[in-house]
Design a protein around this ligand. Structure first.
Ligand code: ATP
Ligand code: MG
Length: 178
């Protein structure tokens, strides 16, 4: 019996305190690009990507990287401005999800935005639920909200066992950290 499989868009979450969340998402983007799929990577927090991956991903016409709000201040007395930027960024993410031109969208560090309460979780979950049914979405960042974990199809928690930054006060190594 031959089975024709329609693509089922998955909601994927990489969270936890161990290293490898963004790297895992980039690896998945790379794998998808190998199939000619079109991937959009949205950066919620400036500086979460390194020159290494930016230079490398430029070689793939299937992958587009777009930084969102870059002016987050994270100051307790200035959360309104952060919230405004988060909303603007999220608006853009929603437009891209609905556009229908992407096979996969990576929302890098969205969990951080959510855990700081800069975006209402309900709004985010509703938009994720109403995305095109064949669109894969990958969300990264520490402290993924329980409600997001509950509705995701694939969740991996990176567990910190050892990191040279803590254990050896080792400087960031090229190709590993940047
Ligand atoms: P990566 O981008 O290497 O996959 P990540 O996405 O899992 O890491 P983030 O929480 O986004 O990690 O952290 C951002 C930066 O902190 C990265 O440069 C990463 O290498 C570094 N980092 C990640 N985990 C740890 C850790 N447990 N201790 C110290 N630094 C870390
Ligand atoms: Mg990361």
């Amino acid at each position: 019996m031959q089975v024709t499989m329609a693509r089922q868009g998955l909601l994927i979450v990489f969270t936890g305190n161990g290293k490898g969340k963004t790297t895992a998402a980039l690896g998945m983007a790379l794998r998808a690009a190998g199939h000619g799929m079109r991937i959009l990577i949205l950066q919620f927090i400036k500086g979460s990507w390194r020159y290494g991956e930016l230079n490398a991903l430029e070689r793939f016409p299937e992958i587009r990287i777009k930084p969102l709000g870059s002016g987050f201040t994270w100051k307790k007395d200035n959360l309104d401005e952060d919230r405004r930027l988060a909303h603007l960024g999220w608006q853009e993410a929603v437009e891209e999800m609905q556009r229908g031109t992407w096979d996969m969208i990576v929302l890098d560090e969205l969990n951080i935005i959510l855990s700081y309460g800069l975006l209402p979780l309900d709004t985010v979950l509703t938009a994720l639920r109403s995305r095109p049914s064949d669109l894969h979405v990958v969300v990264t960042g520490r402290n993924a909200p329980a409600e997001l974990i509950a509705v995701a199809d694939l969740v991996t928690e990176m567990q910190l066992i050892r990191h040279p930054y803590h254990d050896q006060q080792l400087k960031a190594q090229q190709g590993i950290e940047f």
